[in-house]
Design a protein. Sequence first.
Length: 395
Amino acid sequence: MPTLDEALKKISREEIIETSKRLIRVPSVTGDEKKVVHLARDIIESLGIETRLYGPEERPILTATINPEAKRLVAFNGHLDVVPPASLDAWSSDPWEPQLIGDNLTGRGSCDMKSACAVMIHVASIIKEQGLPLGVALHLVPDEEKGATHGTKLLLEEVKKGNLRRPDYVVIGEKSNLKLRVAERGGWSFKIKFKGRATHTAYARYEGINAIAKASKGVLALEKPIDKWHPWIGAPVLSVNAIQAGTAGNQVPDECTISIDRRLIPGETADTVAAEVKKALDEAGKDDPDWCWEIDAPRDKDGKWIYNPANFTDPDTELGKAFKTAVKTALGKEPELFVEWAGGTDGAYYRAAGIQTIGFGPTGEHMHGPNELVYVDTLIDQARVYLALAHHLSK
Ligand SMILES: [Zn+2]
């Protein structure tokens, strides 16, 4: 049986940097991923690992598998699309020409998340070289930044159809500051309509009820930190992100609608959120005889609000335990769970398909902004943890 120590010694910083640079140099803003997917395929095949493309020719999904017949299969998922560089003036170097400055590797996609994909490819090649008795798949997808319809969602449809082996475990390589990301917040988008009474401005204080004034009170009552905490995921958040009201400059508005984006932690539902909103708004309007509002949101055929609950893989599942051991072994520290200010990842779709899924990736800065960069040391740590995980899972 090959040892983990031997595997860790095979990690090549140079190779990880070089592959990351090659991937970053190919612009691949969402919708234009074909070239970078073909490059990644060529790199993987040059390592003697078989690949297969799924999806349309113009936006292929790249998969590669080692030991497809093994008893258990772990898949590493990364996306090869990136967001646009935005204003080039704000960058201190060309976003498509990566620079290695000290420990920082710059460029669009350096942190989100081509370097992490380079780590996955490197780790796969070491696992293959070692002949580890574990099935290992790479799922390198397009379209993560715009909803995954052409990426991970499509890939999971192929899994469902039996065209691709269903993984037992999935690892998402998005930036996680070397913490275990076992959960992602859910979301509920809803509107609240505040009611008033329209009239001429001249009568505003006589028979008018200004819905904008009512909504203002409502916004102030809702736009607050929420006093709840979950150890895997932190606090829920509510943000009032749009407002609509008013038809004419000389008419008191009779309706004002605010749009709310509420992110949910495990245990929360649309009903629990609606109850919280009611409590806050009842309090805000308790001395107001004209206080009138209602929630306006889509419902399903049974009359239930439509929302996404938080998704998670319990850290005490098989994958969670293996990951915790891997972090201790590879980094010599206690694994941490909560990742601050984390956005959503494709992990949600694997979890929805019933597959144990955990995120673990590097640290960096300025994702989606100018001067994006990743810390190379954390890419090495990512590789160490992935190898320790693979060794643990192949026992
Ligand atoms: Zn990403």
